[in-house]
Design a protein around this ligand. Structure first.
Ligand SMILES: [Zn+2]
Ligand SMILES: [Zn+2]
Length: 95
Protein backbone atom coordinates (compact mmCIF):
# COMPACT_ATOMS: atom_id res chain seq x y z
CA UNK A 1 0.00 0.00 0.00
CA UNK A 2 1.11 3.53 -0.70
CA UNK A 3 1.80 5.95 2.09
CA UNK A 4 -0.79 8.76 1.92
CA UNK A 5 1.83 11.21 3.12
CA UNK A 6 5.04 10.42 1.27
CA UNK A 7 3.75 7.99 -1.42
CA UNK A 8 6.31 5.40 -0.37
CA UNK A 9 5.32 1.84 -1.25
CA UNK A 10 4.81 -0.20 1.92
CA UNK A 11 4.00 -3.86 2.63
CA UNK A 12 0.22 -4.45 2.62
CA UNK A 13 0.32 -5.46 6.26
CA UNK A 14 2.16 -2.33 7.35
CA UNK A 15 0.46 -0.29 10.03
CA UNK A 16 2.93 2.55 9.71
CA UNK A 17 4.91 3.88 6.79
CA UNK A 18 8.41 2.43 6.77
CA UNK A 19 9.65 5.68 5.30
CA UNK A 20 8.01 8.47 7.32
CA UNK A 21 6.21 6.55 10.12
CA UNK A 22 2.81 7.91 9.09
CA UNK A 23 0.06 5.75 10.62
CA UNK A 24 -2.08 3.63 8.30
CA UNK A 25 -4.72 3.11 10.95
CA UNK A 26 -7.15 5.49 12.57
CA UNK A 27 -9.89 5.11 15.13
CA UNK A 28 -13.52 5.94 14.49
CA UNK A 29 -14.48 9.03 16.49
CA UNK A 30 -17.84 7.47 17.34
CA UNK A 31 -17.26 3.77 17.99
CA UNK A 32 -13.47 3.54 18.21
CA UNK A 33 -13.19 0.95 15.47
CA UNK A 34 -9.74 0.77 13.93
CA UNK A 35 -9.74 1.34 10.20
CA UNK A 36 -7.24 2.22 7.50
CA UNK A 37 -6.06 5.82 7.59
CA UNK A 38 -7.27 6.12 4.02
CA UNK A 39 -10.83 5.12 4.98
CA UNK A 40 -13.43 7.84 4.43
CA UNK A 41 -16.08 6.21 6.58
CA UNK A 42 -16.12 3.82 9.50
CA UNK A 43 -16.71 0.23 8.37
CA UNK A 44 -18.75 -0.42 11.52
CA UNK A 45 -21.05 2.59 11.92
CA UNK A 46 -20.48 4.63 8.74
CA UNK A 47 -19.36 7.61 10.77
CA UNK A 48 -17.39 9.92 8.44
CA UNK A 49 -13.71 9.58 9.14
CA UNK A 50 -12.77 12.65 7.15
CA UNK A 51 -13.96 14.95 9.93
CA UNK A 52 -11.11 13.86 12.14
CA UNK A 53 -8.59 13.60 9.34
CA UNK A 54 -5.99 16.32 9.29
CA UNK A 55 -2.37 17.11 9.95
CA UNK A 56 -3.00 16.81 13.69
CA UNK A 57 -4.40 13.29 13.39
CA UNK A 58 -1.29 11.32 14.02
CA UNK A 59 -2.09 8.13 15.82
CA UNK A 60 0.79 7.32 18.17
CA UNK A 61 2.17 3.85 17.73
CA UNK A 62 1.20 2.64 21.19
CA UNK A 63 -2.33 4.03 20.77
CA UNK A 64 -2.81 2.35 17.41
CA UNK A 65 -1.74 -0.94 18.90
CA UNK A 66 -4.22 -0.43 21.71
CA UNK A 67 -6.97 0.27 19.19
CA UNK A 68 -6.17 -2.89 17.28
CA UNK A 69 -6.15 -4.85 20.54
CA UNK A 70 -9.42 -3.37 21.76
CA UNK A 71 -11.12 -4.33 18.53
CA UNK A 72 -10.67 -7.99 19.41
CA UNK A 73 -12.07 -7.21 22.85
CA UNK A 74 -15.11 -5.51 21.33
CA UNK A 75 -15.77 -8.49 19.09
CA UNK A 76 -15.56 -10.78 22.10
CA UNK A 77 -18.01 -8.54 23.93
CA UNK A 78 -20.48 -8.78 21.05
CA UNK A 79 -20.29 -12.56 21.19
CA UNK A 80 -21.09 -12.46 24.90
CA UNK A 81 -24.00 -10.13 24.31
CA UNK A 82 -25.52 -12.52 21.78
CA UNK A 83 -25.59 -15.21 24.42
CA UNK A 84 -27.93 -13.29 26.66
CA UNK A 85 -30.42 -15.69 28.21
CA UNK A 86 -33.89 -15.13 26.87
CA UNK A 87 -36.33 -14.67 29.69
CA UNK A 88 -39.24 -16.67 28.37
CA UNK A 89 -41.60 -17.27 31.24
CA UNK A 90 -44.49 -18.84 29.42
CA UNK A 91 -46.01 -20.47 32.48
CA UNK A 92 -48.20 -17.90 34.17
CA UNK A 93 -48.56 -18.46 37.91
CA UNK A 94 -51.95 -19.85 38.89
CA UNK A 95 -54.07 -18.31 41.55
ZN1 LIG B 1 5.33 7.68 4.35
ZN1 LIG C 1 -17.55 3.83 13.84
Amino acid sequence: MKCPRCQHENPPTAKFCVECAAPFVQACARCGTAMPATAKFCPECAHPAGAAAGPATRTPRHLAERILGSRAAIEGELLLRQEQPAIADGAAPLR
